[in-house]
Structure formats: structure tokens, C-alpha cells
Ligand binder design. Structure first.
Ligand code: COA
Length: 348
């Protein structure tokens, strides 16, 4: 849908001076894809000074999937997108927008979403990338919901996709053990008010820039041989800072998002937190007073897949029948930026 038609849609409402009636925005289809290659903790222990026991006890991760040399982020995203569209019963040609949350796009520019738009044959879709690291998919859900709730668009594909393995220092045991590659996608369509995405709380704290980042390759620090020698082209992280940030910000953001729709943690049927570390997930759940049976976890098999973690988790939760009509599902992303994002969803 073009900008012109969306403006036309809003004008009659403004002219009649009636407040705009917001409709709902629901997730009507989900899908994910991870590359075939599985990298176990034991294999990593052959490369760096670590062990399966250390990784499992500190992170909860057993294995992760790694993209092949020829596989780029859009390749993973495309398969996830096809699966989500099929699941939703939506034709790519009917999409109004493709929004790809990623920190590991195929190119510096243009957007990976444009590559996906072309390969899907989504002829009528606008396309852009969203950069909010591991919070990207939840930022994307909030953005897409806004377009649908105002009536500007009807069918939006939100993708979270990352291939962080391409940006890791495989000699750094403090980071290379944590991440995996993958993609997940959700199709958003209109629904009745009071259903679908009920509220979103988004936040950022740029003072935490260096807590987890990829310093080189942008306009501040272009790639030089010195940069490559120092491995500044690889992800760097101060793990303890990120850990503390997550425990400080995430529970507060969840309370805030729930408060906006007069809900509390007791109302949550399933909490789908960013799959970064099982200890973070357990500590956050404890602070909310939630038992593990209402908290989703699959990071043992995928590691931290960044923007893909939430849509992969949502798809698996759906396949396992863990989300029923009218359930309150809370999705939470947090990560580089620093950024965080919470969506409260009434499932339908
Ligand atoms: N294997 C074995 N030992 C390791 C190791 C590994 N893979 N990585 C680090 N260590 C060592 C350290 O060198 C340190 O040794 P020392 O005591 O001799 O100096 C020791 O283990 C403890 O390291 P520390 O960094 O204090 O461990 P930790 O308990 O904080 O766990 C993380 C490290 C990364 C697992 C943890 O900080 C974390 O998960 N943080 C959040 C990261 C995250 O989620 N990032 C993504 C956000 S989207």
C-alpha cells in the first residue's frame, strides 16, 4: 500500500473530528528456519579452552546451528518467511510491508528486507530493515502493529534474522560459545480491537554502546588491516554488564507493558524471553513470581540467535500447543544498543 492511500484512509477520520478507532493487529502465521549444521559444545571445546559442562552450567546452551559459507541472512529469512506466509494463508503478493529486524544484513546497504521482497515476489510491499539487535523482532512487532492499528496497512511480514556466526571471533571463548544463526517470521493482519498486540514498551540506553557491539565496518571505524588484526570486525562483549542490565531493565519493562493494559504477571500464560542465557530467563521469571511451566525455553538447541530468538521460540511454542485463544503471551527482547522491548499479546 502506498503512502498516498494510507493518508487518504486517515483523512476522512480527521475531517469528521472523531477520534481514530484503532483496530487490533494479530499474529496470524509463524515460521522459522535454522541452518542444517549443528555445532555442539564439545566441538567448540576442541577449538577454545572451554567445556560442555562450563557452557551448559553458565548459559544453558548445548548446541547451536551455524550458517554455511554460502548462506547469508536473507537465505535463512526467506525460508522462515515462506513458512510463516503458508501458515497464515497469506500470498506474498498481498503484503503491504516487509520489515526485517537484523544486525547482520547481507550487505551494508541496501536493506536485506528488499532482497527478501524480491525473492518472495511481494510486488506491492514496502521493505526496510530495523536495527535493534536482539530486541529487533519485538521492536518490529510494535512498529508493524502501529501501521495496522491505524488502518494504514493490512498485511505485514515481520522477520527476525541473524547470522552472527559470520561476525564472531572464534578464538574468543567468552563470546563464540553463546551465539547461533537462524530466522523467524510472523505475518501480522488486522483483528478486532482488544485482541492481538495489546501493548508494547520499547526502551534504549545508548550509554551502554560498548557493552555488546561490533565496533568496525561502519563510518566511525572503517575496515583496515589494523582493524582486522585487532579483530575489531568481530562482536565484542562485556558479559557481566549485559547480564546486570538484563536483570535491571527487563522485569521493570515487563511490569510497565502489563500495567498499560491493566494486567499483572499472574495473567501471563506464557513468557517468551529473548533466549540469551537460561540463568537470565530463570532470574527474570523469579522476579515476576512465575513458575518455569509458564516460561518458554529452547536456547539449549539454538543458543542466542539474536533477532531470530523470539520468533523461533514463538513458532515452537505454537507447534507445541502452548498458546491458546485469549492467552496472554508476553514477548521480551533485550540486547545491544542497549535496547529492550516488550509486547503483550492476546493470542487469537
Ligand atoms: N569456558 C570456560 N571458561 C570461561 C569461558 C568459557 N567459554 N568464558 C569465560 N570463562 C572464564 C573467564 O575467563 C573467567 O575466568 P577467571 O575467573 O579465571 O578470570 C571465568 O570463566 C568467569 O568468567 P565470567 O565472565 O565472570 O563468567 P560469567 O559467569 O559472567 O558468565 C557469560 C559469562 C557470558 C555466560 C555471562 O556473563 C552472560 O551470559 N552474560 C550475558 C551475555 C548475553 O546475554 N549477551 C547477549 C545479549 S543479547
Amino acid at each position: 500500500m502506498s503512502i498516498v492511500s494510507s493518508v487518504n484512509h486517515i483523512l476522512p477520520i480527521a475531517a469528521s473530528m472523531e477520534p481514530p478507532r484503532l483496530q487490533g493487529a494479530a499474529i496470524s502465521g509463524l515460521g522459522f528456519y535454522v541452518p542444517d549444521r549443528i555445532l555442539t559444545n564439545s566441538e567448540l571445546a576442541e577449538r577454545v579452552d572451554t567445556s560442555d559442562e562450563w557452557i551448559q552450567s553458565r548459559t544453558g546452551i548445548r548446541e547451536r546451528h551455524i550458517a554455511a559459507p554460502h548462506e547469508a541472512t536473507s537465505d535463512l529469512a526467506l525460508i522462515a518467511a515462506h513458512r510463516a506466509l503458508k501458515n497464515a494463508g497469506v500470498d506474498a503478493a498481498d503484503l503491504d510491508l516487509i520489515l526485517c529486524a537484523t544486525s547482520t544484513g547481507d550487505y551494508v546497504w541496501p536493506a536485506t528486507a528488499c532482497i527478501i521482497q524480491d525473492k518472495l515476489g511481494a510486488k506491492h510491499a514496502a521493505a526496510f530493515d530495523l536495527s535493534a539487535a536482539c530486541s529487533g523482532f519485538c521492536y518490529g512487532l510494535a512498529t508493524a502493529a502501529g501501521f495496522i492499528q491505524t488502518g494504514a496497512m493490512k498485511k505485514i511480514l515481520v522477520i527476525g534474522a541473524d547470522a552472527l556466526s559470520k561476525h564472531l571471533n572464534w578464538d574468543d571463548r567468552s563470546t563464540c560459545i553463546l551465539f547461533g544463526d537462524g530466522a523467524g517470521a510472523a505475518v501480522l493482519t488486522p483483528c478486532s480491537a482488544g485482541c492481538g498486540i495489546l501493548s508494547s514498551t520499547l526502551g534504549s540506553d545508548g550509554s551502554g554502546l560498548e557493552s555488546v557491539w561490533l565496533a568496525a565496518g561502519g563510518t566511525r571505524t572503517p575496515i583496515t588491516t589494523e582493524v582486522l588484526d585487532k579483530k575489531l570486525n568481530c562482536l565484542a562483549m562485556r558479559g557481566k554488564e549485559v547480564y546486570r542490565f538484563a536483570l535491571e531493565m527487563v522485569p521493570a519493562a515487563i511490569y510497565e507493558a502489563l500495567k498499560r493494559v491493566c494486567r499483572s504477571p499472574e495473567d501471563i500464560s506464557l513468557l517468551v524471553l529473548h533466549q540469551a542465557n537460561s540463568r537470565i530467563i530463570e532470574a527474570v521469571s523469579e522476579r515476576l513470581g512465575m513458575n518455569p511451566d509458564r516460561v518458554f525455553m529452547n536456547l539449549d538447541r539454538y543458543g542466542n540467535t539474536s533477532a531470530a530468538s523470539i520468533p523461533i521460540a514463538l513458532t515452537e511454542a505454537d507447534e507445541q500447543g502452548r498458546m491458546k485463544k485469549d492467552d496472554i503471551i508476553v514477548t521480551v527482547g533485550f540486547g545491544a544498543g542497549l535496547t529492550w522491548a516488550v509486547n503483550v499479546i492476546r493470542w487469537n
